[in-house]
Design a protein around this ligand. Structure first.
Ligand SMILES: Cc1cc2nc3c(=O)[nH]c(=O)nc-3n(C[C@H](O)[C@H](O)[C@H](O)COP(=O)(O)OP(=O)(O)OC[C@H]3O[C@@H](n4cnc5c(N)ncnc54)[C@H](O)[C@@H]3O)c2cc1C
Length: 378
């Protein structure tokens, strides 16, 4: 996807987050047929692939990623692990954070998972003992604490890819699925070749919306974040962030963030609206609306608290999110083929949910679990 594209200065167009992805797929021949094909090498697709092989190691599994592992939202995320979905709890959803932690443990994915809680912040209803006292369109403070925490996104996406590979899933990078024929078996067109698959998971998130059938039901957007240079521990305490709890606003203007390595603080906000998901391919954070919104975010960061007044920003980046109707995740069988499942569109709330539902999708593909009834068919 767009992430490998660089601008004239040789910098990735979506910028660089402060973590790294340490995984490369080996070059190998494409198979002619597999039991399960997973399209998309983000958290969703990789968790599903690893879980498919964990539950039934007799089934062949291949992941096809158009760019490199983590090239979409998963490598560009903020890494806050949140409970429920963007539209709250849904029938039968269960315990997202508990299930997510368990799946990572089962797959031996080390990604600095820390669940100390998350802070909801806002301009009204601020708690008397709020550790946060910032200025941002009024006084901003903690209004409620909820379950949640953080992971290292680079380690999580690499760890899931390694878990899938170790368990025998084949991973192909630079292997975009150009076309999908809905027969029995389904046929995927990859690198000009045909690959047959008994079941397919489309975990392509904000891209390939025609392939996933989400073009009419979901909107691709682009959102941005910045990271500060390391801030001394005592200043992190003054900011009210010493407990390592991520934060997000419950009113507008929106702001989220967390502390990451060496006490850098990440802040995120802003949405670039797109007419068509393909605009992601050319989007460059150094120009146009993305650059403007990043400038506004930087200005807000400097004005939040005296500690941040002159802080230097070391990283600027952005990535896609896919917002579906009612902000419900898309998790259903494809309208054209019951053997194809579509999963994604977490509306910016997908770090824990992608892994949790990815494993659920794997069990559904193996016929061991029903899909939820949150939406009509994909
Ligand atoms: C800046 C930012 C901050 C965020 N912060 C948070 C947060 O703090 N907490 C939270 O819960 N969520 C957050 N999110 C959302 C979260 O990152 C996503 O919901 C999650 O990463 C989605 O994972 P995914 O695997 O479904 O999609 P992706 O990671 O986007 O993976 C989809 C993959 O499919 C590939 N692909 C697309 N089309 C094809 C094709 N035809 N063939 C093969 N491959 C294809 C893409 O290249 C991509 O790698 C954030 C998102 C952004 C952008």
């Amino acid at each position: 996807m767009a992430t490998v594209a660089r601008n004239a200065a040789g910098v990735p167009r979506w910028g660089l987050p402060p973590w790294t992805i340490k995984f490369r797929a080996e070059e190998r021949e494409l198979p002619e047929a597999v039991d399960f094909a997973v399209v998309g090498g983000g958290f969703t697709g990789l968790a599903a692939a690893a879980w498919l092989r964990r539950v039934d190691a007799r089934q062949s599994v291949a992941v096809f990623e158009t760019s490199s592992i983590g090239a979409g939202s998963s490598g560009h995320t903020g890494g806050m692990t949140l409970a429920e979905t963007a539209s709250g709890d849904l029938p039968g959803l269960g315990d997202v954070l508990g299930g997510f932690s368990e799946i990572l443990r089962e797959l031996h994915v080390e990604c600095d998972l820390n669940l100390p809680g998350a802070l909801e912040i806002g301009r009204v209803g601020i708690l008397a003992d709020s550790p946060i006292e910032w200025a941002d369109s009024g006084k901003l403070g903690v209004t409620r604490e909820v379950p949640g925490g953080t992971i290292d996104p680079g380690k999580m996406v690499s760890g899931l890819a390694k878990a899938a590979r170790q368990r025998g899933a084949l991973i192909f990078e630079s292997a975009g699925v150009e076309n999908l024929q809905h027969g029995e078996p389904a046929t995927l067109e990859v690198r000009g070749k045909q690959v047959r698959a008994r079941c397919v998971l489309l975990a392509t998130n904000a891209a390939s919306l025609e392939l996933s059938g989400l073009a009419k039901r979901a909107q691709a957007k682009f959102t941005m974040a910045v990271a500060t240079e390391p801030i001394p521990e005592q200043q992190i305490r003054r900011l009210g962030l010493a407990a390592g709890k991520p934060f997000y606003t419950v009113d507008l203007p929106y702001l989220w963030g967390r502390v990451v390595y060496e006490s850098r603080v990440i802040f995120g906000s802003g949405l670039v609206h797109l007419e068509d998901w393909r605009e992601l391919l050319a989007l460059d954070i150094t120009v146009g609306q993305a650059a403007e919104l990043l400038g506004q975010l930087e200005q807000r960061v400097h004005e939040l608290h005296p500690v941040l007044q002159d802080v230097r920003l070391s990283h600027r980046w952005g990535g896609p999110i896919l917002i579906a109707d009612k902000w419900h995740p898309a998790f259903a069988r494809h309208g054209a083929n019951r053997n194809v499942i579509v999963l994604g569109a977490y509306s910016g709330h997908g770090v824990a949910l992608s892994v949790y539902l990815g494993a659920w999708a794997a069990e559904a593909m193996l016929g061991k679990r029903e899909l939820p009834q949150w939406d009509a068919e994909g």
